[in-house]
Design a binder for this molecule. Structure first.
Ligand SMILES: NC(=O)c1ccc[n+]([C@@H]2O[C@H](COP(=O)([O-])OP(=O)(O)OC[C@H]3O[C@@H](n4cnc5c(N)ncnc54)[C@H](O)[C@@H]3O)[C@@H](O)[C@H]2O)c1
Length: 258
């Protein structure tokens, strides 16, 4: 408790899933949290629930991470409400899984607009303030798709590889200013996104069983398990962790095959 007391955090895509779990964990550790989310109703519901559970200050702001001005406006609202932003979690993301040659141009642009431009738009919005105060932690939610390829999932892994590149580049650029930029690469985590993917398969139950068989721990992760690592990276317990990526996949990416 109180590992983030006095800090102001912005979490994108915090209306549900991993983002909502991170917002909840930050609030439980004493941060004031802005839930920057496209779906304002889910963000408001999460913000209310989290404030009720933790007593923390929360604010929901309608934000489209694909639009630089929208993210800038969310950061300004955060500053006006709670003060300078100490922590940004670029979590908003979408699955765009297609065959490379039948994929539409729109699929390609949509994927990069949310999964890579969205991360950069967030970084660009908070970096000037963090550099000025010589303090800040940015956490980008990548994926194990940033390291390994599953056929048929194009171009999502391309964008997630980019998130790691962006994390490393900005981590180095701003290290002299004491701004840390890190990534988290989750494996399968049980959220609506995962359920949507299972439900899109010809046999959803079989797809679910197959997914649960993949990790060496024979289960998939929980949003709260990602949130615990985000708390650590956001806190003063990780002052020398920068331009790095923590994988949360129960060991799956270390496994060659069984
Ligand atoms: N669930 C997994 O297994 C998994 C694994 C690896 C990485 N990830 C990554 O974790 C992040 C969160 O995933 P999740 O499973 O919680 O997804 P989710 O779909 O449950 O939640 C994503 C949230 O982002 C919001 N969002 C979408 N587009 C947005 C936009 N343009 N602007 C603002 N908000 C927007 C959605 O409204 C939603 O609330 C994503 O970046 C995803 O790629 C998820």
């Amino acid at each position: 408790m109180n590992r983030l007391t006095g800090k102001v955090a912005v979490v994108t895509g915090a209306g549900r899933g991993i983002g909502a779990a991170i917002a909840r964990a930050f609030a439980a550790e004493g941060a004031a949290v802005v839930l920057a989310e496209l779906d304002i109703e889910t963000a408001q519901a999460s913000a209310r629930e989290i404030a009720g559970q933790t007593g923390a200050k929360t604010l929901a702001v309608r934000t489209d991470v694909t639009q630089s001005a929208s993210v800038q406006a969310a950061v300004s609202e955060a500053q006006q409400a709670f003060g300078p932003v100490d922590v940004l979690v670029n979590n908003a993301g979408i699955n765009v899984f297609a065959d490379p040659l039948t994929m539409t141009d729109d699929d390609w642009r949509r994927c990069f607009a949310v999964d890579l431009d969205g991360v950069w738009n967030g970084c660009r919005a908070v970096l000037p303030g963090m550099v000025e105060r010589r303090a800040g932690s940015i956490i980008n939610i990548a994926s194990t798709h940033a390291f390994q390829i599953i056929p048929g999932c194009f171009p999502y892994p391309v964008a997630k590889h980019g998130v790691i590149g962006l994390t490393r580049a900005l981590g180095i650029e701003y290290a002299p200013k004491n701004v840390r930029v890190n990534a988290i690469a989750p494996g399968y985590i049980e959220t609506q996104l995962t359920h949507d993917w299972w439900n899109a398969q010809p046999d959803p139950q079989a797809a679910r069983r197959a997914t649960l068989e993949l990790p060496p721990m024979k289960r998939i992760g929980k949003p709260e398990e990602v949130a615990m690592t985000a708390v650590f990276l956001a806190s003063d317990e990780a002052p020398f962790i920068n331009a790095s990526c923590i994988t949360i996949d129960g060991g799956r990416t270390a496994l060659h095959h069984e």
